[in-house]
Design a protein around this ligand. Structure first.
Ligand SMILES: O=C(O)CCC(=O)C(=O)O
Ligand SMILES: [Fe+2]
Length: 198
C-alpha cells in the first residue's frame, strides 16, 4: 500500500460523543456570525423566567413559547425573516425538514450567565443549537446507579449541535457560567402525537 492510498481513504465520520448527538464546527461564516449577533442584540431580550425565578441569561422566542410560569406551550410571534435562512441551513445539517423547526429561542449569556442541568421540555422534539461569539462546553449527564455518567462536548463558535434520540431524551445538559459573552440560537420541532422526538 502506498502513502497515496492511505490519504485517499474517505474521511471517517466523527464518532459521536453520545448516541443522538451530532455537531459541526462551521455552520456560519465569521461575517454571518457578526450579523446574527447584531440581530439578536437588536431583539428585545428579557431575563429568562422560571416559575417566578429570574435567570441571568437573556432570551426571546419565536414560533412557539414555553411559558415556564404557567407550565405550558403557547403560540408566539412568527419567525423574523433573518432567521429563515439560518433555520434552513441548520435543518439541512440535521437532515430534518426546515418546516418542522417551529420554535426559535435566542439567548445571550453575558459573563456569569449559564444554563443549569435540564432536559428540554417534552413538548418539543428535536433540538438544534447554533453557537456564536465564544466557545463553550456543553456538559451532559445521565444517572448510572448512584452516580452520573458524564460527557463534555466543546461547542465551537459558528458551529452547531443536533440533539435527538438518547442525547435528547435520556441525558441532561448544562453550560457552565460564561467568562465571555456567548449568543445562541436554539431551534426545536414539536414532539409528534406518537411521542417521537421528530
Ligand atoms: O445555549 C445553548 O446552546 C443551550 C441552550 C439550551 O440548552 C436550552 O435553551 O434548552
Ligand atoms: Fe436545553
Amino acid at each position: 500500500m502506498t502513502m497515496d492510498m492511505l490519504f485517499d481513504l474517505p474521511a471517517m465520520p466523527a464518532q459521536p460523543a453520545l448516541p443522538g448527538l451530532s455537531t459541526t464546527s462551521d455552520l456560519v461564516t465569521a461575517a454571518e456570525e457578526q450579523q446574527l449577533i447584531a440581530k439578536i442584540d437588536a431583539t428585545a431580550l428579557a431575563p429568562f423566567r422560571f416559575q417566578g425565578w429570574t435567570g441571568k441569561r437573556l432570551t426571546s422566542s419565536f414560533g412557539w413559547h414555553y411559558d415556564f410560569d404557567r407550565g405550558r406551550l403557547e403560540p408566539g410571534v412568527p419567525f423574523p425573516d433573518w432567521l429563515i435562512p439560518i433555520r434552513d441551513r441548520a435543518a439541512a445539517f440535521a437532515g430534518i425538514a426546515a418546516a418542522d423547526l417551529v420554535q426559535a429561542l435566542l439567548i445571550r449569556y453575558d459573563p456569569g450567565a449559564g444554563i443549569g442541568w435540564h432536559r428540554d421540555r417534552p413538548a418539543f422534539g428535536q433540538v438544534l443549537g447554533i453557537s456564536l461569539g465564544a466557545p463553550a462546553a456543553m456538559r451532559f449527564r445521565r444517572r448510572a446507579g448512584a452516580k452520573f455518567s458524564r460527557v463534555t462536548v466543546p461547542l465551537a463558535p459558528r458551529g452547531a449541535y443536533h440533539l435527538s434520540g438518547m442525547a435528547r431524551d435520556d441525558w441532561e445538559h448544562s453550560i457552565a457560567a460564561m467568562e465571555e459573552t456567548r449568543w445562541s440560537i436554539t431551534l426545536r420541532s414539536l414532539r409528534t402525537a406518537a411521542g417521537d422526538a421528530r
